[in-house]
Design a protein around this ligand. Structure first.
Ligand SMILES: Cc1cc2nc3c(=O)[nH]c(=O)nc-3n(C[C@H](O)[C@H](O)[C@H](O)COP(=O)(O)OP(=O)(O)OC[C@H]3O[C@@H](n4cnc5c(N)ncnc54)[C@H](O)[C@@H]3O)c2cc1C
Length: 286
């Protein structure tokens, strides 16, 4: 299978990438190519121009300054999974990135490409929601920040405008008393999430001060189970409290159903994986 003809441009700076996107109306950014190239080969996307951002080195890497960890948009899943900074300060993101696909996918796929593509079965969207992450975007009129909770707008749709580039993702380190977990029921061939549950909790002794839970793979955009988190704040986060909070507060409208799993099955998976992720996050709280 071959893609339709397209013009290829290699940008060496964010400004050049934005200028090229502005000039070529029907253009696509190319990062790791692990989603864009397949859909171009399938002719599901036929951009007139491809802007390769893979050589903009400033977009790669992980930094930690004070209360902000920043991951450049071109940072690969493999780098995120093996990063000492993230393993120590935000183990949830490393854990989820380490579960993506296979080594080839992890070595080429990037965090920016993953969230820009916004596949509902991707692992990172729900994780970024529970981390309270912010997505940094650069465009012709400057930079802007979009909260992860506003970023994913529909199936394969995001807040990124046609002439914008994701430059980085920011989030705070795990708080003292914090614990986190990412668990998924995955498709055996691709590794994509049929249901992925991301949980972050903050314990103060035996009391849960904050709990966040979100799901991949179950709905068109990552599902934020905020009502479950609210119900658990102030509890002891016992197994019973978690089970009750999920039973009473987990309401998932319009679950996705396809050849791999029905909507009803995904909702059942969410209950089980949500419970296990919250329990594991609690057990890991430090
Ligand atoms: C066999 C296989 C298995 C996989 N399994 C999993 C899995 O288990 N879990 C999972 O989460 N993912 C999985 N993936 C997806 C993979 O993780 C990549 O993250 C994903 O393919 C996109 O990242 P990329 O860097 O390759 O982006 P590309 O393919 O280069 O781009 C994807 C889209 O994002 C846009 N884009 C890319 N970078 C930017 C940017 N900086 N700013 C604006 N737009 C941008 C592109 O224009 C394009 O529309 C799998 C992929 C394959 C091929």
């Amino acid at each position: 299978m071959y893609p339709a003809q397209f013009e290829y441009f290699r940008a060496v700076s964010v400004e050049e990438a934005v200028a090229l996107l502005h000039r070529h109306k029907d253009a696509k950014v190319l990062a790791g190519g692990h989603s864009l190239i397949p859909i171009m080969k399938l002719r599901l996307a036929e951009p007139a121009a491809v802007i390769d951002i893979g050589h903009i080195h400033i977009l790669r890497g992980i930094s930690h300054h004070g209360s902000v960890i920043r991951v450049g948009a071109l940072t690969t899943h493999a780098t995120i999974a093996s990063s000492e900074v993230l393993q120590n300060e935000c183990p949830l993101l490393s854990e989820a990135a380490g579960r993506i696909g296979d080594p080839q996918v992890r070595n080429k796929g990037t965090i920016g490409g993953n969230i820009a593509h916004a596949d509902p079965a991707s692992d990172l969207p729900a994780v970024l929601l529970t981390l309270g992450a912010n997505i940094q975007l650069a465009g012709p009129s400057g930079n802007r920040t979009v909260a992860a909770s506003d970023f994913f707008t529909d199936l394969l749709e995001t807040e990124v405008r046609d002439n914008e580039v994701i430059t980085a993702i920011d989030f705070p380190p795990l708080a003292a008393g914090g614990g986190a977990s990412y668990l998924k029921f995955e498709h055996p061939a691709s590794g994509y999430a049929i249901c992925g549950a991301a949980a972050v909790v903050k314990m103060d002794g035996d009391t849960c001060r904050e709990a966040r839970l979100a799901f991949n793979g179950v709905t068109a955009t990552p599902h934020d189970a905020a009502a479950v988190g609210s119900a658990l704040a102030g509890s002891t986060l016992s197994d019973d409290a978690i089970a009750d909070a999920l039973e009473v507060n987990l309401r998932i409208e319009e679950p996705l159903g396809d050849i791999q799993a029905s909507g009803e099955y995904r909702v059942e998976l969410a209950k089980v994986y949500g419970r296990r992720a919250l329990q594991q996050a609690r057990n890991r709280a430090r």
